[in-house]
Design a protein around this ligand. Structure first.
Ligand code: HEC
Ligand code: HEC
Length: 391
């Protein structure tokens, strides 16, 4: 190796800075250990400073920084290599969910919520007086009925799996294809849908509600400035107000808020796998999903192509098989999975996602770890809030 001439001070300085940056970066990312450091430094000559000068300058500088930050590979107090950094995770999944029903509400808002709760459980909002929102989205069962396809008034299965109503108000839009912008708009759909609650028209719903004497004062209290408060729009607004407090914070939120022990070692390993294999490119944000539309079968075509998804809404074939990325909050409790209910277990769903969205086969261990992470997304049902009240 030719000895370098000690000329060109500028070049040497630049080289020194580059070397410093390089080594610090490597050390901070724990990509190398001290042994590698010495080996590489001797093995790879750089045309900057003579080797001895570099060592004399770099070793104390880097040692000092490494000791200061405790970032070297052999520092025992660094978290186990499988543990994801809570701070990094909270960037991906920020911010933690909080129980909104603990927030103070004005008397009028409280009246809307109370009316919405009554309407949510109201079977008389259906043509045969047998089906309420709660028939398909059971609030004490994490907002689902556990069926492949729910049964509406005609007793026939509906076309898609019923998603949960918990945390739904937080989504980019409602339904698998995002065709309703808000929970308020969404709520007006099923009441008039022939396959669901089967009421013939908005006017028929209003007439029916006006015939139930308990409702008039509740509507008046919730919408005090309306001359005629019993309207179809107000039905949607009240149910939406009730749904906007269906939040289920859980252990994952404690983890995001800076308490690593809230998740077990296996769940943390699963979270890391979930991030590194790429699930997080779509299932991101506080709900671990719910904030974008993506093609189902992005890498490998989805076996069931009967439902066109979002292309039917936007009228553009480019969006065929695009669906809203669902939230994975409470996913353990909301099977069967996918709009077509084509996976019965969570492990099956994870394997299908890896294959069709990412083009990869996961090992049994990876699937198991991801499933245990997903189970840590189960939150607390707000039992008091959802309790059906007498009029
Ligand atoms: C017969 C069963 C049934 C009834 C009754 C029903 N739903 Fe649904 N709900 C579904 C199905 C199925 C979907 C998904 C439909 C789709 O995406 O096309 C859905 C979707 C939703 C969504 C969207 C969630 C998301 O993640 O996008 C919300 C919110 C919701 N329903 C609330 C309600 C409310 C409020 C009522 C009562 C007014 C109600 N549902 C009545 C079956 C039902
Ligand atoms: C390219 C985007 C994308 C990637 C990557 C992705 N998903 Fe999904 N995921 C979706 C979409 C879209 C759906 C909705 C599918 C549907 O319409 O049936 C979904 C649905 C799911 C469901 C079912 C949710 C429900 O309520 O039925 C689970 C579970 C799931 N994904 C887990 C994962 C896991 C685990 C990974 C990583 C191995 C992953 N996803 C990677 C887009 C993605």
């Amino acid at each position: 190796m030719p000895r370098q001439k000690p000329h060109a001070q500028k070049g040497a300085l630049r080289g020194l800075i580059r070397d410093l940056c390089h080594w610090m970066q490597a050390l901070f990312h724990k990509k190398i250990g001290w042994a590698d450091f010495f080996w590489v430094d001797f093995a790879v000559p750089t045309p900057t400073l003579p080797r001895m000068h570099r060592l004399v300058l770099l070793v104390p500088a880097i040692s000092f920084l490494a000791l200061l930050t405790g970032k070297t590979q052999d520092t025992p107090k660094v978290v186990a290599p499988t543990a994801p950094d809570a701070a990094a995770m909270s960037v991906i999944f920020q911010p933690p969910l909080t129980a909104l029903d603990r927030l103070p509400r004005s008397a009028e808002d409280q009246a809307k919520v109370d009316l919405g709760r009554h309407l949510y459980y109201e079977k008389r909002l259906s043509s045969n007086n047998k089906i309420a929102c709660n028939s398909c989205h059971l609030l004490d069962k994490y907002g689902v009925d556990g069926l492949d396809f729910s049964l509406g008034v005609p007793g026939k299965p509906v076309g898609r799996n019923s998603p949960t109503v918990y945390n739904a108000f937080f989504h980019i839009a409602q339904f698998w294809d995002g065709r309703a912008p808000t929970v308020e708009e969404q709520a007006k759909g099923p009441i008039l849908a022939g396959k669901e609650m089967g009421m013939p028209s908005a006017a028929a719903v209003v007439a029916k509600l006006k015939g139930i004497p308990e409702y008039a004062p509740l509507f008046k209290k919730a919408f005090p400035r309306d001359d005629d408060a019993v309207t179809y729009m107000n039905v949607g607004t009240a149910i939406g107000a009730f749904e906007r407090n269906l939040v289920t914070p859980g252990r994952f939120d404690d983890f995001l808020a800076g308490k690593p022990s809230a998740l077990t070692a296996k769940e943390q390993k699963g979270l890391k796998t979930f991030v590194t294999v790429g699930c997080v490119t779509c299932h991101t944000g506080p709900l671990v999903g719910g904030n974008s539309y993506q093609k189902l079968g992005l890498v490998k075509p989805w076996p069931n192509q009967t439902d066109p998804g979002r292309s039917a809404i936007v009228g553009n074939d480019a969006f065929k098989m695009f669906f809203k990325v669902p939230s994975l909050r409470n996913i353990e409790k909301t099977g069967p999975y996918f709009h077509d209910s084509s996976a019965k277990t969570l492990e099956e769903a994870v394997a299908k996602m890896a294959k069709h969205q990412l083009g990869r086969e996961l090992t049994g261990e990876q699937r198991g770890d991801i499933v245990s992470f997903l189970k840590s997304l189960t939150g607390k049902i707000p039992t008091k809030y959802i309790k059906k009240r007498p009029f």
